[in-house]
Design a protein around this ligand. Structure first.
Ligand SMILES: [Zn+2]
Length: 295
């Protein structure tokens, strides 16, 4: 018996603010049939266009991950993509009445908690994986993304910032048994106070506030209640990267290692990944051989 695809057991609704647009957004994430993948529907546009949350639809990664097709865009998809991937949901459609996914509290917890409450349904179709056969490495400008063969799904990240509130942090997580929802999902987006002021001056980050980001000033973290984990920053980098890798359309079976990477460099890596077709194959995975992954 192969590990099967999964979807939500019932629709879940979210209302929140777009971190860049500053606008209020209604979003409903609904179940979808096997082999549908993750897609986004713009209810506010004529014909209610559907865009695939897939690598080949990405049009911008400078401030957030933006997908687009035929002039229709959906922005800031990364935390929802990470939540679905982290909960091993293969098929879903997110319906929005604006162009930006709401930021909620800046983490993935609001999404993961609501989806877990709604329940997850196992579907009658095997899930396909990218099984890594030989290492794929991309190293440039002091950054690196590497993937190695392995019979577990693990991800490690190291970040370095020249600020005492962060400095160097490293974290490793195995993506099974609810680890994502517990260890990664609650970690919030972070930014430096001066950078946020700069963004706002140019009409970006309009919805950004201490309610949906960890903000770091010269003296340290400005949020009244401090951090959710001492190493919340590196955990959020892992969250973002899970969202980026979810754009591949299938989970990776193997170990991902990130060094000082972000959305842009992760996307450079995804291009490299598709060029290196001899380094991976696609295959279903036997549930008996990998019990931890089936749940
Ligand atoms: Zn993020």
């Amino acid at each position: 018996m192969y590990i099967q695809q999964r979807t939500l057991a019932a629709p879940v609704h979210f209302k929140g603010t777009g971190v860049h647009s500053g606008k209020t957004v209604d979003m409903t994430v609904r179940p979808a049939p096997p082999n549908f993948g993750i897609r986004f529907r713009r209810l506010d546009l004529p014909g209610k266009p559907l865009i695939s949350g897939h690598f080949n639809r990405v049009i911008d990664t400078s401030l957030a991950t933006v997908i687009g097709e035929d002039g229709c865009i959906v922005s800031t998809i990364e935390h929802l993509m990470a939540s679905l991937s982290g909960l091993s949901i293969d098929n879903a459609v997110a319906e929005l009445d604006d162009y930006e996914v709401p930021i909620m509290d800046g983490s993935a917890s609001v999404f993961t908690d609501a989806i877990r409450d709604a329940g997850i349904a196992v579907q009658d179709a095997p899930r396909m994986y990218f099984v890594i056969e030989s290492p794929i490495e991309l190293k440039r400008d002091g950054k690196a993304v590497c993937i190695y063969p392995g019979n577990r799904r693990t991800i490690s990240a190291t970040i370095r910032f020249d600020h005492p509130a962060i400095s160097e942090q490293k974290y490793t997580v195995e993506l099974s048994d609810g680890n994502f929802a517990r260890e990664i999902g609650p970690a919030r987006t972070f930014g430096f106070y001066q950078e946020l002021e700069y963004l706002k001056r140019y009409g970006l980050g309009k919805g950004g506030s201490l309610d949906n980001a960890v903000v770091i000033g010269t003296e340290g973290v400005l949020n009244e209640n401090g951090l959710r984990f001492p190493d919340e920053f590196v955990r959020h980098k892992i969250l973002d990267s899970i969202g980026d890798f979810a754009l591949l359309g299938m989970p990776i079976m193997g170990h991902i290692e990130l060094y000082k990477s972000g959305h842009n460099f992760n996307h450079e890596f995804l291009k490299e990944f598709f060029k290196r077709k001899k380094s991976w194959r696609t295959a279903p995975i036997d549930a008996a051989e990998n019990r931890a992954l089936s749940g």
